[in-house]
Design a protein around this ligand. Structure first.
Ligand code: AMP
Ligand code: MG
Length: 464
């Protein structure tokens, strides 16, 4: 495990705590094949529950910091254990982690465990995100532990096997800085994610720039899908640019720019419209951690980091424009089209339209206005003019159908299949998972496309 090359302060050697009765609930054969995993080894509840640790595996819990809702806290893998690292046939390295595998030195007051509902929820949503072409950690399996976990009530315990191109976070660098090992950790992160930066004259600025670009693109993808992460603390922002830590996240039905689902996000810090500025805020925390690597003169270092940090808006805006331009079938998106996109979104909000379905309606039948008001009709006329200027209607339609998914994991349906799973019937979950794996298909069953009657009251909880 390459992470173990890092100074000892960055991790603790630890084995998963064995559980009573491991039972496989769901296994991702497709992902196993992609990763070149030997299923005679991996497709076993005992391994995926942490009861059996194969020879050669040297599991650890990682240490990291995190700004949680703006305030720093010492964290670390409190209920996750990095089981091993794998090298795929394509030469890519992935971490395989067990989440819910027992207490670690970083557990604080937590029990180190997870309940079946949140683990299946992460499995479903992360796999849906992957199918929606969003960089994300993946899910290999969920197993039941045969032991209860105690939340407001006793719930069946479960463990998720998570796969990610690394679990290095902004918070990993923040912690490294406090331990005077930020160079070692940054060099390691560069070797894993940005090896080309190692050859640059300014490797750490190059690395910062690359992480920033990945985050700008990632957040633009979230926005284009109406995805709200819910807990964008610096420990939940991966240096790889993958979406990580599916806790209180949710997709919105009705478009509201100030939408919040998480029960603990009282001030709306992580609301939909605030995701881009929060990403930049988190990147500023990464910049803080890199200061000693940039210049001996702190002021000089800050100035140079700021120069990179301030490219965030341009990168984000470019990715946003591309994503929404595609969603509206626009070819070469110009400043004028920006206005068209923004007006479309404000019309969606004013007319309280469903985010996903309105794009689909427009893609399926572009000649018909999706809005009812006068202003909406004006927008539609302008949009048609633009499409015709760009070329053929058919081409625009193609672009739109490729960019707009017909199905997202809608909150009401997610809850329903999780409740059925909790009652012992996993079939509806598996059926929904199958539909979500092909979100651009034409023939999505109606029930998965139906918006909730009212989703303002939907509340999500941190994945405990
Ligand atoms: P999160 O908000 O899920 O990113 O978690 C923040 C921190 O709390 C991380 O360090 C987690 O490992 C830790 N944590 C969350 N739930 C538990 C739990 N049940 N037991 C121990 N630690 C936990
Ligand atoms: Mg976390």
């Amino acid at each position: 495990m390459t992470y173990r090359q890092l100074p000892k302060t960055m991790y603790t050697d630890i084995h998963p705590t064995p559980v009573k009765a491991p039972e496989l609930v769901v296994f991702n054969d497709e992902l196993a094949a992609e990763l070149g995993l030997d299923t005679t080894l991996w497709k076993h509840a005992d391994l995926l529950a942490g009861n059996v640790v194969p020879e050669g595996f040297t599991p650890i819990a990682q240490a990291y910091l995190g700004h949680q809702f703006g305030y720093p806290a010492m964290l670390g893998d409190g209920r996750a254990i990095l089981l091993t690292e794998i090298l795929t046939p394509d030469g890519e390295t992935f971490d395989i982690q067990l989440k819910g595998s027992g207490r670690t030195p970083y557990s604080r007051r937590g029990d180190g465990r997870a309940a079946i509902g949140p683990m299946l929820r992460e499995y479903l949503i992360s796999e849906a995100m992957h199918a929606l072409r969003v960089p994300t950690s993946r899910s290999l399996a969920v197993v039941l532990t045969g032991e209860p976990v105690y939340r407001e009530r006793a719930l069946p315990g479960a463990i998720l096997t998570r796969v990610a191109s690394s679990h290095l976070r902004v918070g990993t660098l923040q912690y490294a800085r406090t331990q005077d090992v930020v160079k070692e950790v940054a060099d390691y992160a560069i070797s894993r994610h940005d090896p080309l930066c190692a050859q640059e004259s300014e490797p750490y600025l190059c690395f910062f720039q690359e992480v920033l670009k990945r985050q700008a693109k990632l957040i633009a993808r979230w926005q284009a899908l109406g995805f709200i992460h819910g807990v964008m603390n610096t420990d939940n922002m991966a240096l790889s640019g993958e979406t990580i830590d599916y806790g209180p996240c949710a997709f919105m039905d009705t478009y509201r720019s100030d939408q919040v689902f998480s029960s603990i996000d009282q001030t709306g810090r992580y609301r939909y419209a605030n995701q881009p500025p929060i990403a930049k805020w988190n990147l500023a925390r990464m910049a803080d951690a890199l200061i000693p690597l940039i210049d001996q003169e702190e002021e000089q270092a800050i100035e140079r980091l700021l120069e990179v940090l301030n490219t965030f808006e341009d990168h984000y805006h470019g990715a946003w424009r591309q994503a929404f331009g595609d969603k509206l079938g626009l070819k070469n998106v110009s400043t004028e089209d920006d206005i068209l996109i923004k007006r479309f979104l404000s019309l969606l909000e004013n007319e309280e339209k469903d985010f996903t379905n309105t794009f689909i309606e427009l893609s399926d039948n572009p000649v018909h206005s999706v809005f009812s008001g006068e202003e909406g009709h004006n927008w539609h006329r302008k949009w048609i003019e633009q499409i015709e200027k760009d070329g053929s209607f058919e081409k625009a339609k193609d672009r739109m159908l490729r960019a707009n998914p017909r199905v997202i994991p809608r909150n009401a349906m997610v809850e329903e299949v999780l409740q059925q799973a909790h009652r012992g019937d996993i079939q509806p979950f598996l059926e929904m998972l199958k539909v979500l794996k092909d979100p651009f298909a034409k023939d999505i069953p109606e029930k998965y496309m139906k918006p909730a009657d009212k989703d303002t009251d939907y509340v999500t909880y941190c994945g405990t």
